[in-house]
Design a protein around this ligand. Structure first.
Ligand SMILES: Nc1nc2c(ncn2[C@@H]2O[C@H](COP(=O)(O)OP(=O)(O)OP(=O)(O)O)[C@@H](O)[C@H]2O)c(=O)[nH]1
Ligand SMILES: [Mg+2]
Length: 171
């Protein structure tokens, strides 16, 4: 009996198309994200809506049928955080989206990397990681990566050699 119900449930579930709304203010990177998602989730239908102020009034027409929400923020543009925040607050306050799971994506982290243009400085190995020191996201992995690179670096080799020479002199 259980397997009959399970089979039926599985059949219905596999037929369900999930509607996922992609929202965020203009130029946050929604359409770019959609291009990355396309074809990767077979039963998911992503709705990418324009984020210009004049287009945000249309967003709510999609709320009722949305299973979940992805909210994209341009993390490289602090001057627009306030706009992004108030647009998000308005979305979350809406009754038609009640209980819909929310994924917030801090996009364009790498833009800062490009702005710093560290490659120009010298030939040293550098890593750029998106982290949150506040909640610890990415911290452990980043430092681990640094340690791995550090252990294999020419500089560590050089410092070891120097330390060897110094110890040798002192002895
Ligand atoms: N450097 C960088 N640029 C990005 C990234 N994601 C998107 N962009 C650029 O940001 C610009 C805006 O991206 P879109 O995907 O068109 O933004 P949108 O949220 O769809 O904007 P609207 O449709 O106007 O609401 C484009 O020039 C993208 O190439 C990213 O992760 N890094
Ligand atoms: Mg777009």
């Amino acid at each position: 009996m259980f397997s009959l119900f399970y089979g039926l449930w599985k059949y219905m579930f596999s037929k369900t198309e999930f509607h996922v709304l992609i929202l965020g203010i203009d130029k946050a990177g929604k359409t770019t994200l959609l291009e990355k998602l396309n074809g990767k989730f077979k039963t998911w239908c992503f709705w990418d809506l324009g984020g210009q102020p004049g287009l945000r009034t249309i967003w709510e027409k999609y709320f009722e049928e949305a299973h979940a929400l992805i909210y994209v923020i341009d993390a490289a543009c602090p001057s627009r955080f306030e706009d992004a925040k108030s647009a998000l607050e308005k979305v979350l306050r809406h009754d038609d989206l009640q209980g819909a799971p929310l994924l917030i994506l801090a996009n364009k982290q790498m833009k800062l990397d490009r702005y710093l243009d560290l490659k120009k400085l010298d030939e040293r190995v550098y890593m750029f990681e998106a982290v949150s020191a506040y909640d610890g996201m990415g911290i452990k992995e980043s430092v681990k990566r640094l340690m791995e690179v550090m252990e294999r670096s020419k500089r560590t080799e050089m410092l070891r050699a120097c330390a060897g020479v110094t110890t040798g002199r002192g002895a």
